[in-house]
Design a binder for this molecule. Structure first.
Ligand code: PLP
Length: 403
């Protein structure tokens, strides 16, 4: 065999292709063929980026703001992020502790690469966002999944965390508000986790990308704000993709202890350099203009209405159930009552089978297997209300054939 044909590194060869993308591709093909499919897969708000942000980007272009910036992001933007973290999250960082990256994903990759290596274990509460294990693998570290319980709202408890720690544990990844479950950790829950993290001397990578998307009185708390000891062990990850509806602009960031921020800057300076200068100018405006508030409250009102509708419909379908999501824009529905059942000669063994069969019934959902929970499916409500209604009619009809 020539070297060329076996040239893939184990790292690249080991990456799991996204299950989500496979279903999305099939749904797209069906739509192209003229078949009606309601897609519940959306991972981004169905709102345009607010006009005031777009104006700032146009102004940056008109000023020819088109050159390299500092690799970690332009100083005004890092200062604005530090100010945002102080004002909204009650946590104090110097701009030097903030590194702006190509979306939350890149910020997470940087965080994992900066602190993890071969021999390290990284605890990932399950269900989990499907990218985390792939990032951990990229750093040659090992993902250790810690199952959470539906009765605890899919939130990792301090006792579960403590039990999972071994001498090899380097870090834990927390995500609140959560994708896929919509769980939002309370202050008390985070305080209990923080005590274990400090006691066991772990690092916490805290993914707060959905921070503003909380409903029904739930409050987003940044674990870094719970005291100096936990802040010293936190890599806070956030970005503008979801809350400012800027997924395509690719603006994310970490806030971290200075030595970690410097290491991340080093990595990033060679890997990608700064993110797009126009997106930085837009992000600066997004974070500093008062116009963001009204956009956000409109979007949240819309999401909350859809959330309540979808949750009530799911509750009313015999054979389906869900934990009430408090954040993000997903509902994680329990389909265990369907598993093992058959219709038309086809048995549903897991969520992947269910998602495939649902696609034939005209609804695209994301199988829970993608998030480590084969008894669930994820429905996004970042789609039109009329589509949600029609999609749930189809799901109701589908489920009635099995239960
Ligand atoms: N973290 C979670 C939990 C997400 O769901 C996503 C996007 O789907 C991200 C991070 C990454 O967001 P970005 O588009 O900024 O890379």
């Amino acid at each position: 065999m020539s070297k060329g044909s076996r040239a893939l590194s184990a790292r690249a060869a080991g990456i799991t292709p996204s299950l989500t993308l496979a279903i999305t591709a099939k749904a797209k093909k069906m739509k192209q063929d003229g078949i009606s499919v309601i897609g519940f897969g959306a991972g981004e708000p169905d709102f345009g980026t607010p006009e005031y942000i777009i104006r700032a980007a146009k102004a940056a272009l008109d000023k020819n703001f088109t050159k390299y910036t500092e690799s970690s992001g332009m100083p005004q933007l890092r200062a604005a992020i530090a100010e945002k973290l102080r004002r909204e999250n009650g946590v104090s960082y110097q701009p030097a502790q903030i590194i702006v990256s190509n979306g939350g994903k890149h910020a997470l990759l940087n965080a994992v690469l900066a602190v993890c290596e071969a021999g390290d274990e990284v605890l990932i509460p399950s269900p989990y966002w499907l990218t985390y294990p792939e990032l951990v693998r990229t750093a040659d570290a090992k993902s250790v999944f810690v199952p959470t319980k539906a009765e605890n709202g899919f939130k990792l408890t301090a006792a579960e965390l403590e039990r999972a720690v071994t001498p090899a544990t380097k870090a834990v990844i927390l995500n609140s508000p959560n994708n896929p479950t919509g769980a939002v950790y309370t202050r008390q829950e985070l305080e209990a986790l923080a005590r274990v993290i400090v006691e066991k001397d772990l690092i916490v990578i805290s993914d707060e990308i959905y921070e503003k998307m909380v409903y029904g009185g739930a409050e987003h708390i940044s674990i870094a704000s719970l005291g100096e000891e936990i802040k010293e062990r936190t890599i806070l990850v956030n970005g503008l993709s979801k809350c400012y509806s800027m997924t395509g602009w690719r603006v994310g960031y970490v806030a971290a202890p200075l030595h970690i921020a410097k290491a991340i800057d080093g990595l990033q300076s060679h890997g990608t350099s700064n993110i797009n200068s126009i997106a930085q100018a837009a992000a600066l405006e997004a974070l500093t203009s008062a116009e963001g508030e009204s956009f956000l409250s409109d979007m949240l009102r819309t999401f909350d209405g859809r959330r309540q509708y979808i949750e009530a419909r799911i509750d009313a379908i015999p054979g389906l159930g869900c934990i009430k999501p408090q954040g993000a824009f997903y509902v994680f529905a329990d389909i265990s009552a369907l598993l093992g059942k058959s219709y038309g000669g086809k048995v549903l063994n897991d969520s992947l089978d269910a998602a495939e069969a649902m696609l034939d019934a005209g609804v695209a959902v994301v199988p829970g297997s993608a998030f480590g929970s084969p008894d669930y499916i994820r429905l996004s409500y970042a789609i039109d209300k009329a589509d949600i209604e029609e999609g749930l009619n189809r799901i109701e009809d589908f489920v009635s054939k099995y239960v």
